[in-house]
Design a protein around this ligand. Structure first.
Ligand SMILES: [Zn+2]
Length: 109
């Protein structure tokens, strides 16, 4: 009689030491670590979504306007925390004031 071995969880507890619990069917991890990995993936994705503002060019008035619209859209959809939105809006307000002052100091027409 041949013994079959069930796949085991591939979660690495420490270097060269894996969980060893039975893995979920067609999954790499056991129930506990599958949930933990999904939770971590969601957290990383959420952190990436929260960092979108870091790429906004605050020296470009149109980019500031687009960022303002994006903050409002994200607030409406609930995909940004109010505290984070407040911090971004403060930075956009500062950028807008700086751009306005620069435009007054050196009018183009
Ligand atoms: Zn595991």
């Amino acid at each position: 009689m041949a013994l079959t071995t069930a796949p085991t969880c591939q979660h690495e507890i420490e270097p060269n030491r894996r969980c060893g619990s039975p893995a979920l069917r067609r999954m790499r991890y056991c129930y506990f670590h599958q949930r933990a990995h999904r939770r971590n993936a969601r957290i990383v994705a959420e952190q990436a979504r929260q960092r979108w503002f870091e790429s906004v060019n605050t020296n470009d008035p149109k980019a500031v306007q687009r960022a303002l619209a994006e903050v409002i859209r994200r607030l409406g959809s609930g995909s940004v925390r109010h505290s984070k939105a407040g911090a971004i809006l403060q930075q956009l307000q500062d950028a807008s004031a700086r751009l306005r002052a620069a435009a007054v100091a050196s009018p183009e027409c």
